[in-house]
Write a protein that binds this ligand. Structure first.
Ligand code: MN
Length: 424
């Protein structure tokens, strides 16, 4: 498949700083607010935000099948109703308008003044109204590491792990956009095997380095989406910090799985990068052995090469990068996850968010959680201010970044950041 907007030779008449995640080949979608105005849909090239409601009003999308309420709205859910072809056409039109040789908008000062906004004048808000959130557990190295810590290396992976993408239903209401401050959660913990549980602030607060994909409206209840069809039902991706309270989790999770240890907050990056924009960075995945059941078989390169990173910044200190991983390390890909999710007839809706699970590479330095990085607290990580971390401390800011790069084009996600405040 050839997508014109992905042409690596395209240049924009908008200046793009070196190493920007947002060249003209990206064209992500997000929701902005500016002083005195309501939320609306936008995109971004370099450090310039482009108000798509304004461009719609001026007629630049007149021949596309969009209405005002697709752009004059506080989530991307409305425009997602237009489906894969609709958003592909929109991204293509934006690419044409901002391509270096196109003067239609460039030479219209009145339109430019209203449509282009400097990044620092914009507040990014939650891009998607998330109806349902599912968290998978699809990185083999992460599952192996956790299995080693809590069981033993010979039985690290449970018997189902290589037969199905393990997942659970998460909490959608507490997914918030990058920058939203978060209080340390409280809950029950069981520090002693012989004493009753205690209640208090979580002591083992952890991040999980994940990527999530956002779906279009799926099929009716009772129908399934195949691995071959899955691409048509995936709108785009974002960075995803799936916070976890390890001490609360350890006590509560038997027998039904994660609950309050996960539901207190999840942070996402504000720009949804379309699956179309990520197409050039597709790579093959690992050989799956044992062979998967037929409904999980797939063809083509369905993994994506996305460099992902986590840094911890203690208050009044430099940051310290604690992990450099890659989304391509996933054992199960998005197509398999979506096929598995719907094989029982479960319907997905526009704006559903499906997260990868913590993504860990095979080497130390590539682990996607403090649980693994500090190996259950046995290997503290030194910080630039002289302190050390086994888990996340109050007033720490956790920063995740991600980008793909190939043929001189870098398409990225920017950052998802969150500062931890003391328990309320
Ligand atoms: Mn998770």
């Amino acid at each position: 498949m050839s997508i014109a907007a992905n042409n690596p030779n395209l240049k924009s008449w908008i200046e793009v700083p070196e190493n920007s995640d947002f060249p003209i080949q990206n064209i992500p979608f997000g929701i902005i607010k500016t002083e005195g105005d309501t939320a609306r849909v936008a995109t971004r090239i370099g450090d310039t935000v482009i108000d798509l409601k304004v461009l719609f009003d001026f007629g630049y999308f007149a021949d596309l099948h969009f209405g005002l309420d697709d752009f004059d709205t506080d989530s991307l859910n409305n425009m997602m109703r237009r489906g894969k072809q609709g958003t592909r056409d929109l991204r293509s039109r934006i690419s044409e308008l901002f391509e270096a040789s196109n003067g239609d908008l460039k030479n219209n000062e009145n339109h430019l003044n209203q449509a282009l906004i400097a990044l620092d004048k914009v507040e990014m808000v939650m891009p998607v109204h998330v109806g349902d959130y599912t968290d998978f557990y699809s990185s083999e190295q992460h599952a192996y590491n956790v299995g080693c810590m809590f069981r033993d290396p010979d039985n690290a992976l449970l018997p189902n792990w290589k037969y199905l993408p393990v997942g659970y239903h998460g909490r959608a209401s507490s997914i918030v956009v990058s920058g939203t401050p978060m209080h340390r959660p409280k809950g029950q913990q069981k520090p002693s095997d012989t004493e009753p549980p205690v209640f208090g602030p979580c002591k083992l607060l952890d991040f999980e380095l994940e990527m999530a994909f956002v779906t279009y409206q799926g099929k009716p209840l009772g129908d399934s989406i195949s691995t071959a069809e899955a691409d048509d039902y995936i709108f785009g991706m974002c960075l995803f910090n799936d916070w976890s309270a390890r001490d609360i989790q350890k006590w509560e999770y038997v027998p039904l799985g994660p609950f309050l240890a996960k539901s207190f907050a999840t942070h996402v990056s504000p720009w949804i990068v379309t699956l179309d924009a990520l197409e050039p960075f597709r790579v093959s995945g690992p050989v799956q052995d044992p062979k998967v059941l037929p409904y999980l078989e797939y063809s083509g390169d369905k993994h994506v090469d996305i460099n992902i990173q986590v840094a911890i910044q203690p208050e009044n200190s430099e940051e310290k990068v604690v992990s450099n991983s890659n989304y391509k390390y996933m054992y199960w890909n998005m197509n398999q996850q979506l096929a598995h999710h719907t094989i029982n007839g479960c319907n997905v809706r526009a704006g559903d968010m499906m997260a990868s699970g913590t993504i860990s590479g095979a080497e130390e330095g590539q682990y996607g959680s403090m649980l693994e990085i500090s190996w259950k607290g046995t290997k503290p990580v030194p910080m630039p201010d002289g302190s050390e971390r086994k888990f996340i401390a109050d007033y720490d800011t956790v920063i995740m970044r991600g980008y793909s790069e190939k043929d001189g084009v870098r398409v990225g996600f920017g950052e998802v950041t969150a500062k931890i405040l003391p328990a309320k």
